[in-house]
Design a protein around this ligand. Sequence first.
Ligand code: AMP
Length: 467
Amino acid sequence: MSFSELGLSDKVLGAIDAAGYKNPTPIQAQAIPHVLARRDVLGIAQTGTGKTAAFVLPMITMLEKGRARARMPRTLILEPTRELAAQVAESFEKYGKNHKLNVALIIGGVSFGDQDAKLLRGVDVLIATPGRLLDHSERGRLLLSGCELLIIDEADRMLDMGFIPDIERIGKLVPFTRQTLFFTATMPPEIQRIADTFLHNPVRVEVSKPATAASTITQLQVAVGREDFEKRATLRHLIDSAENFKNAIIFCNRKREVAVLHKSLVKHGYSAVALHGDLDQTSRMAALDAFRKGDAKLLIASDVAARGLDIPAVSHVFNFDVPHHPDDYVHRIGRTGRAGLTGTAISLVAPFDTKAVATIEKLMGMTIPWMGEPVAAAEPGERPARHGERSGGRGGRNRSQRGSRSQESRPRESHPRREQPQPRADNPPPVRAREPQPYRDRPQRDHVEPDASHLPAFLLRPVNIKA
Ligand code: AMP
């Protein structure tokens, strides 16, 4: 099937041509004709399938007729995160290059004033995160009564982030007669309920969910200790020894861990950026931009912050934490091995992660090979150590640590070597140790680091001697 058979306008076809797309993806081929026929659509597809263009291309075609009125957007796209909203806005620049569309991005973290001025001029496409949209609406700066088309994107993520009540409120502000397109990667019962309330006689379009990862991805797991500093040391070793390394996304389960790991990697001389919910909008955009351009080789992110972001050609994914939900594992590793390129996904597995890994393996229908020795499963009732928590000893920190700097800030850790995965003769790992990569760009040190493993920390601090 070709794009010209889908009913898109000539100007849109011109932009598709300029984008270099040859054929529509399955979700585009299936959804676009129905969108143009003004049907409601329930699209079950995840990022990477071309779903953004599946709604943006027909939208632009439909918007060629009619014009915008002040404070009354003609169409509304709801996105769970600011980055996703910004990414969709960018796709309007790409696919709408032959049109003069007024596109407004209404997201948190940027000033109300500019957004308000844009709304006043009249917008064809309003792309928003739910909270900020309701803020504008409550201030009386925005009327949704002229909205002809509502798009709810990444609905299951909205559910995870607690946005469903907001979505339901917004649903009451748009006309009952509007057309609705509803996209979700998964269909839990709560999402089915929301879909039923929002959609009228929808066409269901489903593209196969990659329950198994692309065959181009090499998946591995490596045993780590239960302490965060041990995990960080192993991660650094894995990065340094990775073959065909270009760049990597490192996933953590909590935003706090993202910040701690980012700080640590930067301190160790890696070019790394972080993406988590506590950063302001400008920092998040700058981080993404640096990673996309290749200025930063490592992106440390939480699932929520990274979900749906279109970051092409990532060579490696590291799961610093094993995700709690197996679906998140599929999303995470799907960041590499895209478009036929090969990729490697390595999970750091601590003793208390074995159950989560078993659930992932069940979903994937495969056993993830170990690099080196498998981890010993935790005793029943053992729980993961939180950041800053030390195992062993009632007071958390043991005697040798008390009063000294943290393990992380010591000039050299003794653990990386101990924790390095030992290759098994019958299962040689595809990733081998080698010299540090050129991107490391470590700060130059003019002294030889001592073996710090048995020295008290105070002996290792630099001493300033006055002349
Ligand atoms: P999405 O699933 O919307 O995030 O899109 C994933 C990536 O696929 C984006 O980088 C798009 O530019 C690209 N893409 C979308 N449609 C096509 C197509 N028909 N042919 C080639 N690439 C496409």
